[in-house]
Design a protein around this ligand. Structure first.
Ligand code: GTR
Length: 440
């Protein structure tokens, strides 16, 4: 298998890189955007145990290799979730969607502490009119639930915002104002989602853990500190793992709401939140479909390619995202016992969808595609058709030509780092086809 992997990768290296258009506009300087300069590397094989034993049966994958990989990703990349944090109280507020009063808006506040000011997250949901429990898309948002739609009834998030003062974004002194309402609406086509029979749920990532490096004093991390502990241990959760934990707590709620079919919940996310959806979906097998939109380094992109954003850069610019152990691999990707195709493989046999954008070289579109293609043998071992056909293609498809022939989906959208209606429509097509369809 190892030989097969490296021969196949070689043919990929030789293949044309023109699908990315060589467009480096908007890409931070000082990093590699040249396919010819991708270092030579050997990838760990998802179907070989750490001790060299080949994995040849689905049972072996389930009982041995999958747990081994989960532990490696926990201890070396994202950090494991310590015992402690739990849900104390859930409050539900239901109203009507303004554009279609029969559709429901729900705000569900999940408290992680008995203290009123303690961390809590508020999930905003819109549910289509349906006699049956509906399938859902669940994802975190960057700026607060009030940004995803202009509906004035959405609670304005009172929490800390990354930006200090940004009139265009409606932020004053790190807090949202009414001017922030609907500013991320292009990323959340709520009406279109409901029109296709799906519900949609979202949570501000900062409710779970504010997105800055404060030594883990805010958010949910302190809830798990043992006596005398002041920061997570080297193998304990960073911010991405905390966000992923929050998504699982959101799923707990979704599975308890009789308007929702909790067995048909897709988890999705864009960029840092796409890294999060992949990790959440890899760990929590209750997610029926896992979607990564432009997730890049630490998400779907292979770290060993060091194309665009690198492990060293992400650990420097965002020291709080991963666990401390991950910093050992700064400039030493080759030493990491796992790479990101194995993260995608952890979703198997459930459907997974990876999307890239042509101008988003920072996120390494080709590396994102390769992770999907290299997870294919695991999907096939588990009795599915992987990327479709008899073997995965060695090159990404042409831009705007989605590959949805098997439970590993992929597309390369023309354009920049973003999540757009084009992306959502492809996710809904894929969801219709694999498991989530409201008609099923
Ligand atoms: C960038 C970061 C990426 C990606 C992105 C985002 O600055 O380097 O890994 O996560 O932010 O989340 O928008």
């Amino acid at each position: 298998m190892l030989r097969r992997l490296s021969t196949w990768l070689c043919s990929l290296c030789l293949a044309s890189v023109s699908v990315m258009g060589g467009n480096v506009i908007g890409q931070p300087p000082g990093f590699n955007y040249d396919e010819a300069k991708v270092p030579k590397f050997t990838l760990p094989d998802p179907l070989v145990m750490q001790d060299g034993t080949p994995v040849t049966t689905a049972e072996q994958w389930r009982s041995q290799r999958r747990p081994e990989l989960v532990t490696l990703f926990e201890e070396q990349v994202y950090g494991r979730v310590p015992q402690g944090p739990k849900v104390y109280k859930i409050e539900v507020k239901t109203g009507k969607a303004p554009w279609q009063p029969a559709a429901l808006r729900r705000e569900v506040t999940i408290h992680f502490s008995q203290a009123e000011q303690g961390p809590s997250m508020t999930m905003l949901m819109y549910l289509p009119v349906s006699d049956e429990p509906v399938p859902m898309f669940l994802g975190l948002n960057f700026g607060g639930n009030h940004t995803i739609h202009s509906d004035p009834e959405i609670t304005l998030n009172p929490g800390w915002q990354r930006e200090a003062n940004d009139p265009a974004k409606g932020i004053v002194d790190h807090r949202a104002t009414d001017a922030a309402r609907g500013r991320a609406a292009s990323r959340w086509p709520v009406e279109q989602i409901l029109a296709r029979g799906y519900g949609v749920a979202t949570i501000y990532c900062g409710d779970i853990d504010p997105d800055f490096d404060d030594g883990f004093q805010n958010g949910v991390h302190p809830l798990a500190y043992r006596d005398g502990q002041t920061k997570p241990a080297d193998d304990e959760w960073g911010t991405i793992a905390a966000w992923a934990w929050g998504l699982s707590r959101a799923l707990d709620y979704l599975q308890s709401d009789d308007k929702i079919d909790g067995k048909r919940v897709a988890v999705l996310g864009h960029s840092r939140l796409g890294k999060t959806s992949l990790w959440a979906g890899a760990l929590d097998e209750r997610f029926a479909l896992v979607i990564s939109n432009d997730s890049g380094c630490g998400g779907a992109a292979l770290s060993r390619r060091a194309f665009g954003e690198t492990v060293a850069r992400i650990n420097t610019a965002f020291p709080h995202w991963f666990c401390t152990n991950f910093k050992k691999y700064n400039g030493k990707e080759q030493d990491c016992p796992v790479d990101q195709h194995e993260l995608v493989a952890l979703v198997a046999p459930r459907p997974v969808y990876i999307a890239s954008a042509t101008e988003d070289l920072w996120a390494d579109p080709r590396g994102e595609f390769l992770s999907g293609a290299l997870a294919d043998p695991v999907y096939r071992l588990l009795g599915t058709t992987g990327m479709g056909g008899t073997a995965p293609p060695s090159d990404p498809p042409a831009p705007d030509t989605p590959l949805q022939a098997g439970p590993i989906g992929y597309h390369l959208r023309t354009g920049k780092h973003d999540i757009t209606i084009y992306d959502w429509e492809r996710y809904m097509d894929f969801a219709d086809r694999y498991v989530l369809s409201p008609k099923k």
